[in-house]
Write a protein that binds this ligand. Structure first.
Ligand code: MG
Length: 257
């Protein structure tokens, strides 16, 4: 009997404390939070326009925010009618700035009359964090999504070779398409150990296609992905030989850390 009381006494004490705390909250005001007050951000006038706190990465005027991945010199893609068009010979381009976690808006278009099939039709890519030269990084696939069968974890809006999109919300070639992305960068301990994997939520033309998807590491074309520690990273766009050229417009980002 004594033994049983010893075990139960702390539990009973805790329960009593809990009920005291709960019963102290008697008014609606007790559970209101008044500070800190969220900062005011003015949304863009039109849907998809950059809000007041966004970093505009491309608005049709120039490529100041971008560099060549190959030599960190000027980004050698073309601006045609206010849109940024891939130039294969110039290779991948990436942002001058480095980012951790962020919200990103980007619009892209596969040209009307594009030829080829599967991965060779309107292929580009949005590397959510560039972790090195070439295609190193975490790729959200850009590809002609319209009547263009391919492996599903390689179709448009897939986390390439890791996660197919929940649905195919794509438009035909020649039409502008939108990705809205929330990227949570991976976290590493000082000794390089992975503390928290990367996560991505994405909307394709306003439709949810990746829902807080956990990444297994940077994209690997062959073999299983694996994390290697990295810090803040550029955002990168892919110059792919597979049918195009793909164009981009209205690119902006809101850093979240
Ligand atoms: Mg690609």
């Amino acid at each position: 009997m004594r033994r049983r009381w010893t075990v139960l006494a702390p539990v009973a004490a805790l329960a009593a404390l809990g009920s005291t705390w709960a019963s102290a909250q008697t008014r609606p005001e007790d559970t209101e939070v008044h500070a800190p007050v969220p900062v005011i951000v003015t949304p863009g006038e039109a849907s998809g326009a950059p809000p007041s706190d966004a970093v505009v990465l491309f608005d049709g005027a120039g490529l100041d925010e971008w560099v060549s991945v190959r030599d960190q010199g000027p980004a050698g893609w073309a601006i045609v009618d206010g849109a940024l068009e891939v130039r294969l010979s110039a290779g991948n381009i990436e942002t001058r700035r480095r980012f951790g976690s962020y919200q990103l808006h980007i619009e892209w278009r596969v040209p009307e009359g594009v030829t080829g099939r599967g991965q060779l039709r309107g292929n580009s890519g949005l590397f959510l964090a560039s972790t090195g030269p070439g295609d190193a990084g975490y790729e959200l696939q850009i590809l002609d999504p319209f009547e263009n069968p391919t492996y599903v974890n390689g179709q448009a809006a897939s986390v390439y070779k890791q996660a197919p999109p929940l649905v195919n919300a794509g438009r035909p070639p020649g039409r502008w398409q939108v990705y809205d992305v929330v990227w949570t960068a991976p976290r590493f301990a000082a000794d390089g150990r992975l503390e928290a994997p990367a996560r991505v939520t994405a909307f394709h033309n306003g439709v949810l296609v990746q829902n807080n998807t956990e990444l297994k590491g940077p994209t690997r074309f062959i073999g299983a992905p694996q994390y290697t520690p990295h810090g803040r990273s550029p955002i990168k766009l892919q110059a792919h030989a597979g049918g195009g050229p793909v164009s981009f417009r209205n690119i902006w980002v809101r850093p979240l850390d």
